[in-house]
Design a binder for this molecule. Structure first.
Ligand SMILES: C=C(N)C(=O)O
Length: 124
């Protein structure tokens, strides 16, 4: 089992890793829209926050030796299901292979962000 760690994605906010690879499978931690260069949340709108989340996921996927086209499943957390359409618009640009997905609205997310996404991908 190998922990994934990259400075191109935000540091963990608590007792967890950015992800783990085991037996050809990568499981990521949930990514929220922190800019890893500044450790700050600069993105404001759901579109901007989704874009930052996807950039962070790109970084952990790369560090794990895989990519968006190898993603099997994502889990998406929104703080407001009213953001569903705007979230999907940005999400669809990155997840072009349309992996399996669950999307739920939750009461609050860490740092009061609007969205968080975690994923499972194949590492070949
Ligand atoms: C942001 C997270 N992934 C967390 O707090 O677990």
């Amino acid at each position: 089992m190998k922990a994934v760690a990259t400075e191109k994605a935000p540091k963990a906010l608590g007792p967890y890793s950015q992800g783990y690879v085991h037996n050809g499978i990568f499981c990521s931690a949930g990514q929220i829209p922190i800019n890893p260069a500044t450790d700050a949340i600069e993105a404001e709108t759901i579109a901007e926050q989704t874009e930052q989340v996807c950039k962070n996921l790109a970084a952990v996927l790369e560090a794990a030796g895989t990519s968006f086209d190898k993603v099997l499943k994502t889990t998406c957390f929104l703080s407001d299901m009213g953001d569903f359409a705007a979230f999907n618009e940005v999400y669809a640009k990155y997840f072009t292979s349309k992996p399996a997905r669950s999307c739920v609205a939750v009461k609050t997310l860490p740092k009061n962000v609007l969205c968080e996404v975690e994923l499972i991908a194949v590492v070949e």
